[in-house]
Write a protein that binds this ligand. Structure first.
Ligand SMILES: C[C@@]1(CC(=O)O)C2=NC(=C\c3[nH]c(c(CCC(=O)O)c3CC(=O)O)Cc3[nH]c(c(CC(=O)O)c3CCC(=O)O)/C=C3\N/C(=C\2)[C@@H](CCC(=O)O)[C@]3(C)CC(=O)O)/[C@H]1CCC(=O)O
Ligand SMILES: NC(=O)c1ccc[n+]([C@@H]2O[C@H](COP(=O)([O-])OP(=O)(O)OC[C@H]3O[C@@H](n4cnc5c(N)ncnc54)[C@H](O)[C@@H]3O)[C@@H](O)[C@H]2O)c1
Length: 276
């Protein structure tokens, strides 16, 4: 356990559920367009206030394409804050930014001011998204560029098919909960143990292959008998079957080489016999 004295100086990392919440974005430049993408991916209802003359092309496209954005073609007004659950400002006007922050704090609306960290109730981070997998890298305001560099490194090291694997395990979990419903208790403990066993004993790339039929077999043979069948036991074929495994590639090369040598030996024997 961490020393109590070390438990400070960070920020709380959460996966904030914004579905159908009202987010106000003030500004229409480069930074605001990134904010717009980030909150749309979280299914928020967005109001964007910014004069159309300096609207980022991506923002313009998203406004045209999404029915979850209400666009106000003008400068910010205080009434824009009415009904907002979250406010994000990304404008090149520090005085207005500070005024918006003060008003949000008075109304207790969480606010992020892109250019003034002390005016932020929360910071954005560098993001990786792969299906349901979401990774956020934060340097707690120290160096956004280094967060971006760390993100690229982490991206390269993620397991193949991780997003699909998580998607499939999510489906399996909800099927299991339908079969064995309820919260907590002995059943809850058994359910959790079995899910942990499935996740730890199957390869990520095999989990990604699960389809409805295989999930049913996994639950029928596995959950019902309190064991974890292998991919092959539920009718799956590992991707490693394809000539992707180095071992199998080597075996294939060896077989062709032996075949070639045997053929050459036979041909030589035939020629030698003929000469005699
Ligand atoms: C991660 C990312 C997410 C995003 O914005 O979506 C993000 N900034 C990104 C890029 C970036 N931002 C800046 C540069 C130029 C190089 C440099 O300064 O380093 C670059 C690099 C680039 O553009 O390549 C300039 C900058 N940023 C802030 C200030 C104000 C200040 O610090 O005083 C200034 C100076 C303005 C000036 O000098 O005038 C403030 C914040 N920027 C944050 C997030 C929060 C802390 C993040 C953390 O804790 O790590 C925080 C505190 C508030 C917030 O924005 O929520 C995104 C990378 C996404 C990606 O590529 O993966
Ligand atoms: N947090 C970060 O990661 C980060 C990164 C780079 C820059 N910044 C800072 O964030 C701010 C925005 O950056 P940008 O590159 O998007 O700027 P930008 O200059 O490209 O865009 C500013 C936008 O704000 C709009 N605007 C200005 N005043 C307004 C008002 N009163 N009401 C509504 N809209 C208004 C403009 O019309 C324009 O669309 C800058 O202050 C910049 O220094 C932050």
């Amino acid at each position: 356990m961490a020393d109590a004295k070390e438990l400070s100086g960070g920020s709380l990392l959460l996966a904030w559920q914004l579905k159908d919440k009202r987010v106000l974005i003030v500004g229409g430049g480069d930074v605001a367009s990134g904010r717009l993408e980030s909150v749309l991916v979280a299914d928020a209802l967005v109001t964007l206030v910014s004069p159309s003359e300096r609207l980022h092309p991506l923002t313009r496209r998203l406004i045209d394409a999404s029915d979850r954005i209400t666009y106000r073609d003008r400068l910010f007004e205080l009434s824009d804050l009415d009904g907002a659950d979250m406010v994000l400002t990304a404008i090149d006007d520090v005085e207005t930014s500070r005024a918006i922050c003060a008003e949000c704090r008075a109304r207790r609306i969480p606010v992020n001011v892109a250019d003034i960290p002390p005016s932020c109730d929360f910071y954005f981070g560098s993001q990786i998204r792969n299906g349901p997998l979401q990774v956020m890298i934060s340097t707690n305001g120290r160096s956004p560029k280094l967060a971006n560099i760390v993100r690229r490194r982490i991206e390269k090291s993620l397991p193949e098919h991780v997003g699909e694997a998580i998607e499939k395990v999510g489906e399996l979990r909800s099927k299991l909960r339908e079969r064995a419903p309820g919260v907590g208790g002995e059943l809850g403990k058994r359910r959790m143990r079995w899910m942990v066993d499935v996740c730890t004993s199957w390869e990520m790339e095999d989990l990604a292959l699960l389809d409805d039929d295989m999930m049913r077999k996994l639950l029928d043979d596995g959950w019902e008998n309190n064991r974890v069948p292998k991919l092959e036991d539920v009718g799956g074929r590992p991707r490693r079957d394809a000539a992707s495994s180095p071992l199998q590639v080597r075996a294939a090369v060896l077989t062709s080489l032996v075949g070639f040598l045997a053929g050459a030996a036979c041909a030589a024997a035939v020629m030698l016999t003929r000469r005699r």
